[in-house]
Unconditional design. Structure first.
Length: 387
């Protein structure tokens, strides 16, 4: 009997201990989980920090916290924060999602929508990635003001088929450069260049609308430029190769200083030819004046030689003249700058006439042409043939 009594007593004690443990656990839980009569819940010590929060989770001493609340039936937010930072995710009444960086700020730092748009905002100046209303994917600033990269951290590369802008400024400060050298013989190299008209080959456009196809054709056809492979043989520093695509590209802006130096070299040649002509005017071509008509005393008001047009020229030029009926024999003579005659053209028709000079028949340079009528020089003028 005593043994049975002892066994029953032990069993009762175990049951009492279990009940006490359960009660202790319940008391502890009630101390950490608070359920308000309005259905709001708080997990952690202390009272609700945000009375509007539906759920609030906080560690001791408020070092970290999680809140879920709704400011209206259609606006909801969830926040995660510590003593320094706070970030929240929410949905507004129009169905736009937001990420917030300040629990007290009405502005979000990022937005996204069901139409595929993602926006990054800084106050009231948003950047939008995705589709603008409808149409092609775009990246744009809703305020027409934005910056890609920064002064101290510029973007390394941008790949695009077309860029529309109001201006381009290229870094060219001398402090950024080294190994600076002169550019000799630019004119000689420029003469070897061949500008071309061309059309870009069409890529697959089956998925594009008719309007987009037309727009692509307008951009791709009737272009002007160089063939990169040809330019690479003359100015390799202006041609770049993309090993990933296998295509060459051209630095057209880099052609500007090349053309400037070529024009300077050409001007030096022109000035030198002018000096030569002026010197020869006192010698064997003493009677030839470059800028005005020199007319003989006998036919001063009769035969006329006109300036060629266009001048300078590269393809063809026309030389106009007038011969009165009193002239019996007349011819147009062409000289190089050394005074050597290289052509003579008989003039048989009276009145106004014109002679065409073809550029391919001569070498680029400066020439003199003279009208001689009835054995007397009427006038001498100069013309310039360019490459």
């Amino acid at each position: 009997m005593k043994t049975k009594m002892k066994t029953k007593m032990k069993t009762k004690m175990k049951n009492i201990l279990c009940v006490l443990l359960i009660l202790t656990s319940i008391l502890n839980v009630n101390a950490q989980i608070k359920l308000k009569s309005n259905g709001r819940v708080r997990i952690g010590g202390g009272s609700l920090v945000d009375p509007s929060a539906s759920l609030e989770v906080q560690e001791n001493q408020k070092t970290t916290e999680l809140r879920i609340f709704a400011t209206s039936p259609n606006i909801a937010r969830i926040w995660a924060m510590n003593q320094i930072f706070a970030y929240g995710f929410g949905v507004d009444a129009s169905g736009i999602g937001h990420i917030y960086g300040n629990v007290n700020s009405e502005f979000s730092i990022m937005t996204f929508s069901t139409t595929g748009q993602i926006g990054m905002l800084n106050g009231s100046y948003p950047w939008i990635f995705g589709r603008y209303s409808s149409g092609d994917p775009q990246m744009y600033s809703a305020s027409n003001w934005g910056v890609l990269g920064s002064d101290n951290a510029p973007l390394y590369k941008i790949f695009s088929n077309y860029i529309w802008c109001n201006g381009v400024s290229v870094s060219s400060d001398e402090k950024l450069k080294t190994n600076i050298k002169k550019m000799p013989d630019c004119l000689k190299k420029v003469r070897l260049l061949n500008g071309v008209h061309y059309d870009y080959k069409q890529f697959k456009t089956d998925s594009l609308s008719d309007d987009k196809k037309k727009e692509l054709n307008d951009f791709s056809n009737n272009r002007i430029g160089f063939l990169a492979q040809d330019l690479k043989e003359i100015f390799p520093e202006l041609v770049h190769y993309n090993s990933k695509t296998g295509y060459y590209s051209v630095d057209y802006i880099g052609m500007i200083p090349v053309l400037v130096e070529a024009l300077k070299e050409l001007q030096l040649q022109v000035d030198s030819m002018k000096n030569t002509v002026n010197k020869k005017s006192s010698g064997s071509l003493k009677s030839a004046e470059i800028s005005t008509n020199v007319e003989s005393s006998n036919i001063a008001n009769q035969a006329i030689l006109q300036q060629n047009a266009p001048n300078p020229f590269s393809q063809t030029t026309n030389i106009g003249y007038y011969l009165p009926e009193t002239i019996h024999n007349a011819a147009l003579y062409l000289y190089d700058m050394n005074g050597t005659q290289i052509r003579s053209i008989p003039l048989t028709s009276k009145g106004n006439g014109s002679i065409t000079i073809n550029g391919y028949e001569l070498h680029p340079g400066m020439y003199l042409y003279t009208l001689i009528a009835d054995g007397q020089e009427v006038s001498t003028k100069r013309m310039i043939l360019t490459q």
